[in-house]
Design a protein around this ligand. Structure first.
Ligand SMILES: Cc1cc2nc3c(=O)[nH]c(=O)nc-3n(C[C@H](O)[C@H](O)[C@H](O)COP(=O)(O)OP(=O)(O)OC[C@H]3O[C@@H](n4cnc5c(N)ncnc54)[C@H](O)[C@@H]3O)c2cc1C
Length: 396
């Protein structure tokens, strides 16, 4: 029976980045960790649930974390810098603008398309000899013992591990078996995403626009394209999905205006129901839950993977310290130290994104006036605005 130091279930963004971060760790005698990555999807990037048509914004500080994990140089070639952010409220005056120059950074953040990043991450994983990528494969059962976790896979094979990491997304199989108590909130919205071409170049600008129907964000992409995330009530999202391209672009133009000139082309649309799903304590005897398996967030502030990456970076650090000190990687001491360190950030981001999602999706006149005043106050008060800017850049 093969024993792995760490088994990672799920190789989406969180699982793949963790696997590569751990692959570079060494024991005091110089030997690497034995790592297995179990992924249900076949490595066919036409239909990979972890690396679909989404583009995501990585905060400035996420770049620093990826640099420390040795992954940024490769990912940088696939990233578009965000050099300005404009936040506005449709039908109101409040507006805030931030630029990278103001904060003396090369970029406020970066936009990456998940599909090419996924292909790059899989190539990196395949090149690490002590990292076994088992895909397509699934865990059919696991049992937690005092000194290890015993796993049975769908091909009937059995293996053991000191630490099982569940990075298998929102419908985590591991989480279901553990029946951990979580908190779920349906935002009553869906996100419609599409890649857009516009008459005017984005010049590195990202836009977040609050509309009575829900927030709408445009992120700068390669080749002058922008990536749209449009959050709306489910009926409206269904209608947006059913429109032909011309009707869709006209509806978008009406909500967004002409900040990028006329929208000339929309790529294929996809839609995601938006729910908050969080585990207040995402670890349990020799098991850690990461990424969407631990917290599924509203995309309003682009925090999902940025938070997941901070979890990944902290876990790599705690496991590196455990290795150096000759500790058992799945021990209660190691996992509880990791959990205690990450809990305040996880709870803070869940609270922040939920508050923003509720505040900025409401067309109640008092709330609309309040947020508009907030945007105007931020535009007028540099220290307020810089707090928002550093937060957007992922500073803790
Ligand atoms: C519209 C939208 C916009 C977003 N924008 C941003 C943004 O701007 N910035 C940001 O930081 N985040 C953003 N996010 C969130 C971000 O996309 C996610 O946080 C991130 O991709 C999650 O990765 P993950 O690896 O945790 O989960 P997933 O992507 O769900 O990956 C889970 C993996 O596990 C595999 N799997 C599932 N079940 C099993 C099983 N039983 N056995 C083995 N493997 C299994 C799946 O095939 C998949 O590969 C956005 C999300 C949405 C929906």
């Amino acid at each position: 029976m093969t024993h792995y130091d760490v088994v990672i279930n799920g190789a989406g963004m969180a699982g793949a980045v963790l696997a590569l971060g751990l692959a570079d760790l060494r024991r005091p005698d110089g030997s690497p960790l034995a790592i297995a990555v179990i992924e249900a999807a076949s490595p066919d990037f036409d239909a990979h649930p972890g690396f679909d048509a989404r583009s995501i914004a990585l905060a400035w500080h996420s770049r620093e974390r990826l640099e420390r994990l040795g992954l940024w140089p490769g990912m940088a070639t696939l990233a578009t810098p965000i050099t300005g952010i404009q936040v506005s409220d449709r039908g109101h005056f409040g507006r805030v603008e931030m630029t990278a120059t103001e904060y003396r950074v090369p970029a406020l953040g970066y936009v990456v398309e998940l599909a090419p990043v996924g292909q790059w991450l899989y190539r990196q994983m395949s090149g690490r000899p002590h990292l076994r990528l088992l895909c397509p494969a699934r865990i059919t059962d696991f049992t937690q013992h005092a000194g290890q976790v015993v796993l049975t896979l769908d091909d009937g094979s059995v293996c053991t591990t000191s630490l099982l990491v569940a990075a298998d997304g929102n419908l985590s199989r591991v989480r279901q078996q553990l029946s951990l108590p979580g908190r779920r909130l349906d935002y009553g919205q869906s996100a419609v995403i599409a890649n857009l071409e516009s008459a005017e170049p984005h010049r590195g600008r990202a836009f977040e626009r609050f509309t009575p129907g829900g927030p709408l964000a445009l992120l700068p992409m390669s080749q002058g394209r922008s990536s749209l995330v449009w959050c709306a009530a489910p009926e409206r999202a269904r209608a947006l999905m059913a429109m032909d391209d011309n009707a869709f672009l006209a509806a978008l133009q009406q909500e967004f205006g002409y900040r990028l000139g006329r929208f000339t082309r929309a790529g294929q649309r996809h839609s995601y129901p938006l729910v908050l799903d969080e585990l207040p304590r995402p670890w349990h005897h020799r098991v850690v839950l990461l990424g969407n398996a631990a917290h599924l967030l509203h995309p309003i502030a682009g925090q999902g993977f940025n938070l997941g990456l901070r979890d990944v970076a902290a876990l790599v650090e705690h496991l590196a310290q455990a290795l150096a000190g000759g500790q058992d990687l799945g021990s209660h001491e190691v996992l509880s130290a990791y959990g205690r360190e990450r809990q305040p950030d996880q709870a803070g981001i869940v609270g922040l994104t939920t508050a923003l999602a509720l505040l900025f999706s409401s067309d109640h006149p008092a709330l609309a006036a309040g947020r508009n005043l907030g945007l105007m106050a931020m535009a007028a008060c540099p220290s307020f605005k810089s707090q928002l800017a550093w937060r957007a850049m992922g500073k803790r």
